[in-house]
Design a protein around this ligand. Structure first.
Ligand code: SF4
Length: 416
């Protein structure tokens, strides 16, 4: 079988763009027609809003990532910096604040429709709550903060109950502010769709287990967008179903992201949105493929796991509360290491890139210790590089690649 290299899954890539544009247009149109608009942190369970007739949600972090991926992140961030926001703040926050203060100008989708309610959570980071507070003060919009306990071990039942109680309060708040009725059965349906979608997501990620890997993590980074914008919807399930089928067909035809794959790498950190294509290309030229990432394998998995935490018909709010720990940020060192060790083994990885990111301290703070412990425990070659998830000004390509090249040599040395 002849093997070829591809980055862009052409049909899937085009459909993804269409999906993102249609979602943005649908959101804008429904907001214009009077829907109640909620801005949420990415981990806030959006399925809850499906319980109302006419509530829509937007995710500023996702919008900031889109700006960064489209090359306008720095320009939007500068608008906030000119108003005094420090360049040390999260670049997503600076992009969002800069865009909002400039009325959506410069954004690929003209920004987000003004919110009626802001909902942040502190399981990703406290900065998110302060960031949403700026909008709360500027626009006089109510702001609900969900308090999610940090976890050094699996979530305790008392913590699940504590989070679930806050989610029920959130439902009451939305009902009161929007004047709309809430139906839990509609949330149940949305949770079923989310679970079906995440099952397909795990299947997609598992296409990296082949040799050569059938996907790159750079594919999975971009394909995360609909999981954020269309949670709980049937169209998300259909999109991921086609993505998995098409990728399987590509593999059957002998098309791989890096056909002459010599290094199978794991990425720890947020996607480097402004550098995706170029970084993929330079690594691929050396036979290296980043086949897995903590940023993508944590989706739908509980603490320290990479397998799906499936929905089995339990009370949907309890399930959504339990899933609040399904991102890397609220997890302590031991859980992060446990999940990474599983991923290293499951995807048969040769080395780990720790992408230290000064503007996301919560993801980066533990990385030095985590890298040391992974090296000791597995053992496996590791490298730490400096990136920023959305601010291209903070990335020094040649310095990063000299480290990456030395890292690939260290993998060769480890094999010798
Ligand atoms: S600092 Fe990190 S976790 Fe917090 S909003 Fe920014 S990217 Fe997300």
């Amino acid at each position: 079988m002849a093997m070829t290299s591809t980055f862009s899954k052409r049909a899937a890539g085009q459909r993804l763009t269409q999906f993102v544009i249609e979602d943005a247009m649908r959101l804008r149109q429904r907001a214009n027609e009077g829907a109640f608009v909620v801005w949420i942190g990415v981990a806030v369970p959006a399925e809850l809003f499906a319980g109302f007739d006419n509530v829509v949600y937007a995710v500023p972090e996702s919008h900031a990532a889109l700006c960064a991926a489209k090359g306008v992140g720095a320009q939007q961030a500068e608008k906030a910096e000119r108003l005094g926001y420090s360049t040390d703040l999260c670049s997503y926050a600076r992009i969002d604040l800069g865009t909002a203060f400039d009325g959506g100008n410069g954004s690929p989708i003209f920004g987000l429709p003004r919110p009626d309610l802001l909902v942040s959570d502190n399981n990703n980071c406290a900065l998110l709550c302060k960031w949403f507070d700026v909008h709360h003060r500027e626009w006089g919009v109510p702001h609900v903060v969900l308090d999610v306990p940090f976890c050094y071990e699996r979530q305790q039942p008392a913590d699940t109950a504590y989070i679930a109680a806050q989610l029920r309060d959130l439902v009451d708040t939305v009902a009161q502010l929007s004047g709309q009725r809430f139906e839990i059965d509609r949330v149940r349906e949305a949770v079923k769709h989310s679970c079906a979608a995440l099952q397909l997501w795990k299947q997609f990620l598992d296409l990296a287990r082949d040799r050569p890997a059938g996907i790159s993590a750079f594919d999975s980074f971009v394909q995360m967008a609909p999981i954020v914008s269309a949670r709980g919807s049937e169209r998300l399930v259909a999109h991921l179903q086609r993505l998995v089928e098409e990728t399987r067909q590509q593999i059957a035809r002998g098309e791989f992201p890096v056909a002459d794959e010599r290094y199978r790498l794991l990425w720890d950190g947020i996607a480097p949105w402004p550098q995706l294509r170029k970084m993929f290309g330079r690594l691929a030229a050396q036979g290296a493929n980043v086949i897995s990432a903590s940023y993508t394998y944590c989706i739908g998995s509980l603490e320290g796991e990479i397998a799906l935490f499936a929905y089995h018909g339990e009370e949907p709010i309890d399930y959504l509360a339990r899933l609040q720990n399904a991102t890397v940020c609220p997890q302590g060192m031991a859980l992060r290491i446990a999940a990474m060790r599983r991923a290293i083994s499951h995807y048969d990885v040769d080395g780990v890139i720790f992408a230290s990111n000064r503007s996301c301290k919560v993801y980066s703070l533990m990385q030095i210790d985590q890298m040391r412990r992974i090296r000791e425990a597995v053992p496996i070659p590791c490298v730490m590089i400096d990136v920023d998830h959305a601010d291209a000004r903070k990335y020094a390509e040649e310095a990063v690649f000299s480290r990456l090249e030395a890292f690939l040599e260290s993998i060769d040395d480890a094999r010798a």
